[in-house]
Design a protein around this ligand. Structure first.
Ligand SMILES: C[S@@+](CC[C@H](N)C(=O)[O-])C[C@H]1O[C@@H](n2cnc3c(N)ncnc32)[C@H](O)[C@@H]1O
Length: 220
């Protein structure tokens, strides 16, 4: 992928959202955690959306490939700003306490997202870290964790890619004192005239409906 390539709908929805966030109250540092190919981070860099972009993945060979992919852009394209590549478990990262941080966790499951956020929050009780989540599966595990801890919901949406729906949540950490709504166990965006919302709602309700015990008929 080069910076002028188009992202798929899932990552593009996140990119468009970050563009809006950065126009309003920008985060100096954005972390593309579990970055793999780094497509989203490369776009954020090429569009100059933050002062510093950090790519993080636990697999050294992916970070090495990404480093090779980024090198020519740095010399050819002065639009590519400041970035860093880190091979690590994203739950073990160190955040500068003087800055606000935006962590993107996309394309990993809800349980993995919970493990990573738990690590980050335990290690940084005094640092403001906000998150954009787009779990690939087990979104319930993530929602449960966010709902029972001090996370405030700033925005959520649904996106569809290759006939699969993905939930995207922008969540503020340590927001007990803020008047933000809490994360709910299901999305809160069920517009009656939105086909995607209704289709997804029917889908997530389907297993629950089939598990529901059938009512016994009373004999009169
Ligand atoms: C499917 S890719 C997601 C790529 C990209 N974020 C996206 O949404 O398309 C998942 C990546 O997460 C990385 N990963 C999984 N758990 C991780 C962790 N705890 N810390 C850092 N990277 C992790 C894997 O190595 C893999 O490269």
């Amino acid at each position: 992928m080069n910076p002028s390539s188009r992202l798929g709908p899932r990552l593009n929805t996140i990119l468009e959202f970050i563009t809006r966030v950065q126009q309003d109250k920008p985060y100096p540092c954005i972390w593309d955690c579990c970055c793999d190919h780094g497509y989203l981070g490369i776009k954020i860099l090429s569009e100059n959306l933050c002062e510093k972009l950090v790519f993080v993945d636990q697999l050294p060979h992916l970070i090495e490939q990404l480093s090779n992919r980024l090198t020519p852009f740095c010399t050819d394209n002065d639009k590519i700003g400041n970035y860093e590549l880190i091979t690590a478990d994203a739950g073990d990262l160190c955040f500068d306490a003087q800055q606000r941080h935006l962590v993107i966790l996309a394309g990993v499951g809800g349980e993995t997202s919970v493990e990573i956020v738990t690590g980050i929050e335990q290690n940084h009780p005094d640092v403001q870290v906000d998150y954009i989540f787009c779990p690939s599966a087990s979104h319930n595990a993530l929602r449960e964790y966010l709902a029972i801890n001090d996370f405030g919901l700033m925005f959520e949406t649904l996106t569809c890619e290759k006939q699969r729906y993905y939930e995207i949540m922008y969540v503020k950490g340590k927001s007990a004192k803020d008047e933000l709504p809490r994360v709910t166990l299901t999305c809160t965006l069920w517009e009656e005239d939105n086909e995607d919302h209704q289709r997804y709602l029917a889908k997530i309700n389907a297993p629950r409906a089939s598990k529901k015990p059938k009512r016994k008929r009373c004999k009169i």
